[in-house]
Design a protein around this ligand. Structure first.
Ligand SMILES: Cc1cc2nc3c(=O)[nH]c(=O)nc-3n(C[C@H](O)[C@H](O)[C@H](O)COP(=O)(O)OP(=O)(O)OC[C@H]3O[C@@H](n4cnc5c(N)ncnc54)[C@H](O)[C@@H]3O)c2cc1C
Length: 413
């Protein structure tokens, strides 16, 4: 059998793959970081990072750099629709204080490029752009020992390593080739993404709900507004003259947003992506693991995907380093990652799915938006949970509900 070429192969250089490469490279492990695209590249995204991402960027030594690139400080989320409006802020909830009173919003072209350049600057990291994953290499008993990739000329290259990590996003070919990727048919959604220049300056992100979908917007660097229109699959079946007319039709359902966009110019094409939701049945294997969106994805409404990518990389990096030091590449060595995912991510995913089920019922959505309008602290609580610094489990505490349902803001208690 050929000798390993690297300690770890990471397929996909989005926030999950790049942040894992930075951590492993700094610990002295020899990493191949592979992406099918050249950077900077476009990635469909609302481009908002929750407050809990900021300490992780700090740990990577990148927070100041991200701020310098023009990341906008996003102080909360404004929720509107069905004639109701509320704004949740990243406030203290009970005893839990937000790590920062804001998240960040930055174009993914800039954010992902900064991450990849930081990874590639590590002596132990070999960054292979425009290299496409083709297939896994297996030894006996289903053990993964590397990957076959195609270089920019289409020539096949075999890379072998102790661990091969899938960080190739929600349509993960690696997860498919391991046979663990499943669709979530009840949650088939599609998104159209674009950006505008010339809107009024916003200090919060915004979600505008209407029956069948929502708009999510975030003010990003360079005075741009990043906008996503997310729709149930059935909505796409409607006849349309053009995509521009299609967008205009939905903007008419969100008059609050439409008026904000009136003086603005759309500066990016409309790009489509979907279906958005999937899950996986297993995330760790002998010699391999799934990370970030390749593990599964629900819907962008809570804006937590970048948090899951960065936090997942922190957790997996710890287990990989231990396994590499012990020269034991069995699945059992990744149990810390598996358990932490179950403890930290599963409740958040379950909460996101619950929100999705609720959003399918316009009367319920309207009632919840009305309640949030009436009870500012409830809006803060919702935004704190989706801001990733308050655990979903706090919803089981009667005292949290007592405070959240009081008619004043948290600051007044
Ligand atoms: C419409 C929309 C809006 C969103 N809005 C937000 C938001 O506001 N905030 C938030 O936190 N999250 C948001 N998300 C989710 C967020 O974009 C993802 O969760 C996040 O990018 C996941 O990071 P990742 O590194 O796992 O995957 P990705 O960022 O998808 O990176 C995967 C990388 O793998 C590469 N790749 C794919 N296939 C191959 C292959 N065969 N070979 C080699 N390389 C390959 C790709 O080129 C890509 O660079 C949104 C998602 C969507 C779809």
């Amino acid at each position: 059998m050929s000798e390993p070429t690297h300690d770890v192969i990471i397929i996909g250089a989005g926030p999950a793959g790049a942040s894992l490469a930075i951590q492993l490279g700094r610990a002295g492990f020899h990493v191949a970081l592979i992406d099918k695209k050249a950077f900077p590249r476009h990635k469909a995204c609302g481009e908002f990072m929750s407050p809990e991402c900021l300490p992780m960027l700090e740990n990577l030594g990148m927070r100041a750099q991200i701020a310098k690139l023009g990341a906008r400080e996003v102080k909360g989320i404004r929720l509107s629709g069905y004639g109701k409006v509320s704004t949740g802020r990243y406030a203290q909830v009970g005893k839990v204080v937000a790590p920062f009173a804001h998240g960040y919003a930055l174009r993914r072209e800039l954010f992902d490029l900064a991450m990849v350049e930081t990874a590639a600057a590590e002596a132990a990291v070999e960054f292979l752009a425009t290299h496409r994953f083709k297939a896994l290499i297996f030894a006996g008993e289903g053990k993964v020992i590397g990957a076959r990739v195609l270089d920019p000329d289409g020539t096949e290259r075999q890379l072998r390593a102790a661990f091969t990590i899938a960080a190739d996003g929600m349509n993960s070919r690696v997860a498919r080739s391991l046979g663990v990727r499943r669709e979530l048919p009840w949650l088939r959604k599609f998104a159209l993404v674009t950006r505008y220049q010339g809107t009024k300056d916003l200090e919060t992100a915004e979600v505008h709900f209407f029956p069948g979908g929502y708009f999510a917007c975030a003010p990003v660097d360079a005075g741009l507004l990043s906008m996503n229109l997310v729709l149930d699959q059935e909505e796409l079946a409607r006849p349309r003259e053009s995509w521009d007319a299609f967008l205009a039709e939905y903007l008419a359902l969100a008059p609050d947003l439409a008026s904000r966009l009136r003086p603005a110019t759309r500066v990016d094409p409309l790009r489509g992506i979907g279906p958005l939701a999937c899950r996986t049945t297993q995330q760790t294997f002998h010699g391999a693991a799934l990370l970030g969106d390749s593990c599964g994805y629900v819907d962008p409404v809570t804006g937590e995907g970048i948090y899951f990518a960065l936090r997942g990389a922190e957790l997996l990096s710890a287990d990989l380093q231990r396994a590499l030091h012990m020269k034991n590449y069995d699945r059992g060595m990744l149990r810390g990652y598996r358990r932490a995912r179950r403890r930290e991510f599963q409740p958040r995913m379950a909460f996101a799915k619950l929100l999705q089920r609720g959003m399918k019922r316009p009367l319920l959505t309207r009632a919840v938006l009305g309640l949030l309008e009436d009870r500012p602290k409830l809006a803060d609580l919702l935004v704190a949970i989706t801001g990733d610094y308050v655990p979903v489990g706090c919803l089981l505490k009667p005292s949290v509900w007592r405070h959240a349902l009081a008619r004043s803001s948290w600051a007044a208690t």
